[in-house]
Design a binder for this molecule. Sequence first.
Ligand SMILES: [Zn+2]
Length: 184
Amino acid sequence: MINLEEMKVEKEKCVICGGNEFEVKTIDKAFDVRGDKFNINVEIRICKKCHEQYFSDEESTRIEKELFDLYKKKNHLLTSKEIIEIRAKRNLSQVDFARSLGFGDKTVARYETGSIQDRAYDILMRLADSNVGYRFILNPKYGLDYFINQEKKSSINKNEASWDITCKKHTNGEIGCQMKTSLA
Ligand SMILES: [Zn+2]
């Protein structure tokens, strides 16, 4: 069983004996991700001199992504692909999607490349998948107009409620919005 944090990564030279010749093999290996066990196929490199086993840099990145997605599926969290799909529906960049939810600028990018999101962040991204829910969680810091303008490009699901929003910036800087909702 390999703990993800303790994965040995080969950077051209064996850290045990300094050897630089490796044999490549595909094997089935067990991994531990935050207490959950997963078995996946991996490509290992075996030092020809001392037989220590390594992963290449690229393989370790791939393994991490596969394991994180398996973990997310098992724990009912959105996978990287699902997060990309939600964001794509709204035509938002990673940074804009993150800002719209009040996350740090790099947060969405991290989740899309594999990092495991906390449950609270997961719920917010799921809410963003429903148009009605998204209205409630839009981060006011960047101004509603900003995100509403972005959203005009995205298609609205006909099976959901549709609405018109009119926003006005008052002289004191506050933004007031009126919302008209109708069920399709
Ligand atoms: Zn070695």
